[in-house]
Ligand binder design. Structure first.
Ligand code: FMN
Length: 389
């Protein structure tokens, strides 16, 4: 695919295009070290007692059937290049029946880009489209205006991203993150479409997950570290304007997706035979009807399978897919998505599972260092609870 960097004049467009340029450069150092997903394992089942053909990877998202529980995460739009890449991703999403996220619609909200720079006219199919906006925009724009823009994009779901670390590194980024949660609550009450709240690669902690599920947010993408690091991407944009000390801090910031997922898993498990540890683990998590998405460094079939086995209803992927869209076009993205779906089918069969909804019944274990990490986090939560109630 020929890449055209046009529309560089507007500050938002020029920043978005620079982000894309950085993300598409495979030699750029923009990924956090490890998602720790490779440290989680599923116990094989020697007698699955079923055929491969009977293994069903389909799931549903926002009322539509999808071919597997994978979301193409929000990435781009609002510029000429963004639209080109979204066209490729949308075509592949339609072909593979998968939900697709659009990048932040801030430019649409501010009137500097139109709908057409995000996505081609909606096809007559049921591929769910996810509109996206930074939670911080709730301070600047009315809920009515935000919902109007979702409508314009034909969105089935609205995703709000929380990106405190990214804002701190971004030139002119926001620094006031007060009173966001009540606004998220209001938005949830007024939105006619489901609400998804996500991070962008540093992780949503269990307390925040609990608070978001209490206000009945439909989907929470825990989006841990181990994949794209948005502080590093912003830092590349700023070059020498930002001190190496600040950048280094954020290089190692965040909770790996695997750690976060296992922590959440432990919190939501009934505690059997662990009486001695009970006081440390009382802060149990209740998600109600909220469904969890796991993303941040999800790269392989193994990553997908262990996320689903650890309690996520969906996984999400961003960077690998936009790189493929730019390098190999629609056929390249479709081929990769097809491989992932086939791989998930294999993973389910060897785990003795025929339906995605049964993935959490898999027996899983973690490498010792991850086990220790999760235990020490659980103990820290317990100590805080004992001290502060
Ligand atoms: C090129 C690019 C642009 C992105 N733009 C957005 C965005 O506008 N809004 C958002 O919520 N997340 C955005 N993200 C973050 C992703 O949705 C995702 O949370 C993050 O990249 C971690 O997933 P990964 O490790 O699979 O890349 C973007 C990611 C990429 C690679």
């Amino acid at each position: 695919m020929g890449i055209e960097y046009m529309d560089m004049d507007h500050p938002i467009h020029s920043r978005k295009n620079k982000h894309l340029e950085t993300c598409l450069d495979r030699s750029a150092d923009i990924e956090s070290q490890s998602s720790h997903l490779s440290k989680i394992h599923i116990l094989p089942t020697a007698f699955p007692e079923c055929s491969r053909a009977s293994v069903d990877t389909t799931s549903s998202f926002a009322g539509s059937q999808i071919s597997m529980p994978l979301i193409i995460l929000p990435m781009t739009g609002g510029t000429h290049l963004g639209r080109q890449l979204n066209e490729v991703l949308y075509e592949a999403a339609c072909e593979c029946s998968l939900p697709i996220g659009l990048g932040s619609m801030r430019a649409l909200l501010e009137g500097s880009s139109g709908r057409k720079t995000f996505i081609p006219k909606r096809k007559k199919n049921t591929t769910p489209i996810i509109a996206n906006i930074g939670a911080i925009e709730l301070k600047r724009h009315s809920i009515k205006h935000i919902l109007h823009c979702c409508d314009e994009l034909g969105a089935d779901v609205l995703s709000l991203h929380i990106n405190v670390a990214q804002e701190l590194v971004q030139k002119g980024g926001d620094t006031d993150f007060s009173a966001i949660l009540p606004k998220v609550h209001l938005l949830k009450q007024e939105s006619p479409i489901p609400l998804l709240v996500k991070e962008a690669g540093f992780g949503i902690d269990p307390d925040a997950v609990q608070r978001l599920s209490e206000i009945e947010v439909d989907y929470i993408d825990i989006s841990g570290s181990g994949g794209s690091n948005w502080a590093m991407i912003e830092a590349k944009d700023r070059g020498k304007e930002i001190s190496p000390e600040r950048v280094e801090f954020f290089r190692h910031w965040g909770c790996p997706t695997g750690t976060l997922l296992r922590l959440m898993y432990e919190f939501s498990q009934p505690r059997i035979g662990l009486e001695k540890e009970q006081p440390l683990m009382q802060s149990s998590l209740s998600l109600g009807s909220t469904r969890l998405v796991a993303s941040g460094g999800v790269r392989t079939v193994h990553d997908m399978a262990v996320c689903l086995a650890s309690g996520a209803s969906y996984v999400g992927m961003a960077l690998p897919l936009i790189r493929l869209a730019a390098e190999s076009g629609v056929s390249g993205v479709i081929a990769h998505l097809h491989d992932l779906q086939q791989g998930l089918q294999d993973a389910m069969l060897v785990s003795g599972i025929t339906k995605v909804a049964d993935m959490p019944t898999c027996i899983t274990w973690c490498d010792a260092d991850l086990e220790i990490e999760v235990k020490s986090l659980l103990a820290a939560y317990g100590r805080r609870k004992q001290r502060h109630g």
